[in-house]
Structure formats: C-alpha cells, structure tokens
Design a protein around this ligand. Structure first.
Ligand SMILES: NC(=O)c1ccc[n+]([C@@H]2O[C@H](COP(=O)([O-])OP(=O)(O)OC[C@H]3O[C@@H](n4cnc5c(N)ncnc54)[C@H](OP(=O)(O)O)[C@@H]3O)[C@@H](O)[C@H]2O)c1
Length: 323
C-alpha cells in the first residue's frame, strides 16, 4: 500500500511516497482502509522534529476509514464499521493503517467521510479547550489566535453558540471574512495591526477572560497583556514557534493569571473521555451548531504541496488528502 514516510527531519521535501507491506493487525488492533485523511499543524512539528519522533516514521494523525480486518481480541468494532481516529501511532497519510481499537470512534450517519476525517482531532481539541481546559461561559470575552484556521473555525463557532464574545485574530485580509463567518464577533488582522491595542479598543485594558493561543512565540506576550486579572491563558500550540520560557513573576504573578499548556492526549486519557468528547463534536455538527467545510482536497502525491501551503498560511480551513 502507498504511504508517506520520512527518513529524516526537515522541510516538505522529506515527505516521501513509499510502497510498503501493511502486515496483519495484532489481537486488539484493526486494519483500516482510509477514505479521507486530515492534515494538522502537528504534522509539521513531527516532520521538522520540533516534536521528535523515532525515524523512519509515517506521518499524520487523523483519518476516517472502513475497518477491513480485525484482530482476534477486538470486541468494540467489526469489519465494515466506519471509524475516525486522531492519535498515535503516527501514519495516517496512508492508503491503509493498523490502529489499536481503543483509539477509534464510530462515525455516525449523516457525516461525510471527508468531514469525519477532519473534525476529530480539531473538534476534540476545540471541545476540550472550550469546555474543559477553561470552561467558557456565556458573557466571557474570548480571544482566539488564527481564528480562520482548522481548530479556530470550530472553536469560534462553538464559543459564539455558548454566548461568549469572540475576538479572533487572522493573518490576512482574505481570512477576516472567514473568521467572521465562523463565529467571531470581532476580527483583528494581526499582520497589519497591533492586536493588543485592537483588543483594548473592543473590551478595554485587561479585558479578556480567556486567551486560546495556538500561535505561540509571536503572540504569547501580547496574549498575556490582554488578559484580565485572574484571567486564563491556554497556550495550546506553536505555529510561529515554541514558547520555551514562562516568567512566573512577569507573566503570571502580575495579574494572578491561570496558565495551562494542554494537549489533546491530556483530555482523552480514558476511552470514555474520547467517546464523550467525540460524541459532543459529532452532535454539534449534526445539530448544525457547527458547520465545517473542507477548504481543499489533495492526493497522496501532493503532500509536499499541502505542507508548503500550510506553512505559508495559505489554508483557510480544513484540508484533506484523498488516498
Ligand atoms: N494542544 C493540542 O491539543 C492541539 C491540538 C490540535 C492543534 N493544536 C495547535 O493548534 C494550532 C492550530 O492547529 P491547526 O491544525 O488548526 O492549524 P491552522 O490553524 O489551520 O494553521 C495554523 C495557523 O497559524 C497561523 N500562524 C501564525 N503564525 C504562523 C507562522 N509563523 N507559520 C505558520 N502559521 C502561522 C496561521 O494563521 P494566520 O495566517 O491567520 O495567522 C496558520 O493558518 C497549531 O498550533 C496546532 O499545533 C494543538
């Protein structure tokens, strides 16, 4: 079967299309024929080695597919089930994949393969960020960076539905309308403007209840500046670079802030957490609370281009690879 592999860390050029034998699923594993594969920013961190992984390695963490074969002790799924997943082991950029059964969720009818492939990692992330890392409530003033991105489009719609005032930052003029369409009450173009000053114009100085910051190095200091006394800083990504140092006196103590640096793994520790979170995401999509549109489709031959586009900030929404 065809799969994308990396032999070394580097730019998009290290993504190689290979032909490999897939093998047989172990006792508690299933073999999945992927129907649609999602692309996430974490794939870039794995490719570059920002998040080191053993090499050689596959790449990709999120896909939707049909179970073709099950191991001897599989009791949660059967052949023919349509499933999605968003976790290790890495290797979703593949025609087929072997996954442990406990990492999978059944995709309900009414959700297409393409949407199912790109709402589990991004959707569960939006769910835990908004409901569990900091439980946002009606009236909260929320700042979300890269609001027109994959996680951003979902979280901002959801925050709007809860009744939060949603302020989103975006990197280009084109993305302003996309963020508006996806739940942001106020959109700030942080390429052309100082976002701290713009946020202050909307909610006043120290006016934000919670910042969800997946941009990292470029936005971290400003995010802290926007928060109210006892506000919550949720640093959940590093698209512009990792924030390595937290100065407790300057960043936390000055306003008595709360700080967390969560990952999806911390919020899907048990199978129940995974199932409950995925169910909330699927419900939100099926009920129309959240609308997700695939922005662009690529083939496995085009993965270098997907990564180039992602890093060039050209993707204005979730994209999928069709194997
Ligand atoms: N902790 C977790 O559990 C978790 C789970 C999923 C995702 N994440 C993180 O959430 C963030 C969003 O993930 P995503 O997959 O939905 O990606 P995405 O938002 O679709 O893409 C990343 C966005 O970051 C912005 N950005 C700002 N500076 C950038 C730079 N120097 N280089 C590239 N992009 C830059 C760009 O938007 P603008 O052009 O609008 O600035 C870009 O579109 C990522 O940091 C990701 O690692 C974390």
């Amino acid at each position: 079967m065809k799969t994308i592999q990396i032999q070394k860390f580097g730019g998009p050029e290290v993504l190689e299309l290979s032909d490999i034998e897939i093998g047989k699923p172990g006792p508690k594993e299933v073999l999945i024929k992927n129907l649609s594969i999602a692309v996430n920013y974490i794939d870039v961190y794995h490719r570059t080695g920002l998040y080191p992984i053993p090499l050689p390695s596959g790449i990709g963490l999120e896909a939707c597919g049909i179970i073709e074969e099950i191991g001897s002790e599989v009791d949660l799924f059967k052949v023919g089930d349509r499933v999605s997943h968003a976790s290790m082991p890495i290797g979703a950029y593949s025609e087929k994949q072997i996954m442990p059964q406990e990492k999978l969720v059944i995709v309900p009818d009414g959700i297409s393969n393409e949407i199912a492939s790109c709402i589990v990692l991004k959707g569960i992330t939006a769910e835990y960020l908004l409901h569990r890392s900091y439980a946002a409530k009606k009236g909260d003033k929320v700042l979300f960076h890269a609001a027109a991105g994959g996680v951003g489009q979902i979280l901002c719609q959801w925050a709007n539905a809860i009744g939060c005032t949603v302020i989103g930052t975006v990197g280009s003029k084109e993305k302003e309308a996309i963020a508006k369409k996806n739940g942001c009450h106020h959109v700030i173009n942080y390429t052309d403007n100082n976002f701290v000053e713009e946020v202050e114009k909307i909610v006043g100085k120290n006016g934000i209840d919670v910042v969800y910051d997946g941009v990292g190095a470029k936005t971290f200091e400003g995010s802290i500046e926007c928060l109210k006394v006892r506000g919550m800083m949720v640093a959940f990504g590093n698209a512009s670079g990792y924030v390595h140092t937290l100065d407790i006196k300057k960043h936390i103590n000055a306003k008595g802030l709360f700080f967390t640096r969560p990952s999806i793994a911390h919020y899907t520790i048990t199978r129940k957490e995974l199932e409950d979170s995925a169910a909330k995401v699927f419900d939100a999509i099926l009920s129309g609370k959240i609308k997700v549109e695939v922005f662009k489709k690529y083939s496995l031959n085009e993965v270098k281009k997907v990564h180039e586009d992602l890093e060039a900030r050209l993707l204005t929404g979730p994209v999928v690879i069709l194997p």
